[in-house]
Design a protein. Structure first.
Length: 534
């Protein structure tokens, strides 16, 4: 029988040998050994994990591009690229890649598999086809009046001048106000439910949107752990049950809320099917509850499936939209020329606020509004880091170089939006870059704009294309247009919440830049604004 001291020596020696052999392999024999990157990143995923914990991983990746060029080995088996060509190679329909195990790590357990959080190609494709039923052009158009109703009430609350100075309201934190607005809209569209989180006073549901931030902040570092493969293997073997005991209370509240909403909605659906009531309006859950499996003609979604998809709709639909709206208010209140130009367009195009509805006037004629949204999506992407893809057998070619099966590749969105080779003045908020113009002083040809758009893919492309893009664009357009039609907006004097600062370090020093945290979905605060009736 081995003595304890001998066992310890053997264990330490084995561990040291493993680390030494792994380090030598990663440095000299790994298929990515020739890719530039920090020394520690070439031998370990700990730097990537560390910055995921710090919530600044997007900025860290941008820094590596400044040091090493357009492709960087950010972990032993991960290459990130900062080029539109690389993006199109990775995310096109023909790309020989699939979602990496990063997505599997997000699931609560084996039952919690939705269209976004799975690496299985067949499961994703099947769930994606069914989700499309809830996001048709007809359903998006039908959502317009309900979106308008919530925005109008939100505008009333914004304009409440109690506690204000002179004719201006008291300062409003756009991030908080927008978070509640978008949550109310989404719960109405998904479940036909009235949450009223945007209303003044105490509301138990106001903690739910904040729980989304807690959810991604808790899970994101786990998905970037150096032991991801082991974690994925352990999850169905008891780790999922163990994690249930240690997850933060707010995340448990989030899970309980989603389960409660789906349970109530299913009861309503059964009553509808029995013919006791008849809802003229069909929310998103109606389409998911009614969906049939084309092979068996049985219901496509069971209760656990509906929980998973509802979780996806709430998380992706609320946080991502509120991030863009908050960011756009930041950039408008820090760029007076762009603000005045946008206000003029909105008030010239629409004689009355009631005219701001789904249709070509809003979605096509308001070119500067769309340009402002696109410019905001470039500078403040809802997903700041890369969406990792695993190369399939046979390999793939990216930027003229072959990558073998098993390698993880991606293009970090925050860094891509600041690619000076592609955008020129990449750190400047200049919506005009997205508008075709033949005027001599602002010459911008159609081919110039098309070239720029090759680098802007906030809603993804290929098999992972966001099914909710049209609904998100409608919400963002209506919120901005109706708000700026009704009121003037300014940055609250003496405030700088959300702005870059020299204390924040390289990449975040510019006070004209809106600061995001990286937890897979962006975290954000501010700006503080004041409003007054026009």
């Amino acid at each position: 029988m081995l003595e304890m001291s001998t066992f310890i020596v053997l264990a330490v020696g084995s561990l040291f040998s493993y680390i030494l052999v792994t380090t030598i392999y990663n440095l000299f024999f790994h298929p990515l050994a020739h890719i530039p990157g920090p020394f520690l990143c070439r031998i370990s995923a700990f730097p990537s994990f560390y910055h995921a914990v710090k919530r600044d991983r997007h900025v860290w990746l941008w820094q590596q591009f400044q040091l090493y060029g357009g492709k960087v080995r950010a972990a032993p088996n991960l290459v990130v690229f900062n080029s539109p060509n690389a993006y199109n190679s990775i995310f096109s329909h023909k790309a020989n890649v699939k979602r990496s195990k990063f997505y599997d790590a997000w699931s609560r357990n084996s039952d919690d598999v939705n269209a976004l959080m799975t690496s299985d190609i067949e499961i994703h494709a099947r769930k994606r086809r069914l989700l499309n039923l809830a996001f048709t052009d007809h359903s998006v158009k039908a959502a317009g009046p309900f979106i308008a109703m919530h925005i109008d009430r939100w505008n009333e609350l914004l304009l409440d001048s109690e506690g204000g100075i002179d004719e201006w309201s008291c300062p409003r934190d756009v991030s908080t106000w927008t978070m509640y607005l978008v949550f109310d809209i989404l719960m109405d569209l998904c479940f036909g439910a009235v949450m009223n989180t945007k209303e003044p006073g105490e509301n138990p549901f106001q903690k739910i949107p904040q729980a989304f931030d807690d959810f991604v902040s808790y899970n994101y570092p786990i998905t970037k752990t150096p032991f991801l493969e082991l974690l994925i293997w352990l999850k169905p073997r008891g780790l999922d049950n163990l994690l249930e005991y240690v997850i933060p209370p707010t995340i448990k509240d989030h899970y309980a809320f989603v389960e409660d909403m789906v349970t109530k909605r299913l009861k309503e659906q059964r009553i509808d099917e029995m013919g006791k009531t008849r809802k003229e309006r069909k929310d998103m859950l109606h389409f998911l509850c009614s969906a049939k499996d084309p092979d068996t003609d049985e219901p496509a979604f069971g209760f656990k499936d509906l929980l998973a998809e509802a979780n996806l709709l709430i998380m992706a639909g609320s946080d991502t939209t509120s991030i863009t709206i908050s960011s756009l208010f930041f950039y408008l209140t820090h760029n007076q020329r762009a603000y005045l130009k946008l206000v003029k367009e909105i008030r010239d195009v629409f004689p009355e606020v009631e005219d701001i509805v789904y249709g070509p006037k809003l979605l096509k004629d308001c070119k500067y509004l769309r340009a402002c949204i696109d410019e905001t999506l470039r500078l403040s992407p809802a997903g700041p880091s890369e969406l990792p893809r695993e190369v399939l057998p046979g390999g793939t070619t990216i930027d003229g170089e072959h990558y073998p099966a098993g390698v993880i590749v991606g293009t970090p969105n925050w860094a891509m939006g600041r690619n000076e080779e592609h955008y020129g003045d990449a750190y400047t908020f200049r919506p005009e870059r997205w508008i075709v113009s033949d005027e001599l002083e602002s010459l911008n040809l159609d081919e110039d704009v098309r070239k720029l758009r090759r680098g802007l893919h906030t809603f993804l492309k290929g098999p992972g294309f966001c099914v909710g893009q049209k609904l998100a664009m409608l919400q963002m357009s209506m919120v901005i247009a109706r708000t700026l039609w009704r009121m003037d907006v300014r940055l609250a004097p003496g405030t700088d919440i959300g702005a870059g600062d020299s204390k924040l370090g390289w990449g975040l020093r510019d006070p004209r830049q809106y600061v995001l945290g990286d937890a897979y979905i962006a975290l954000h605060q501010g700006p503080l604004v004041q409003v007054r009736p026009r």
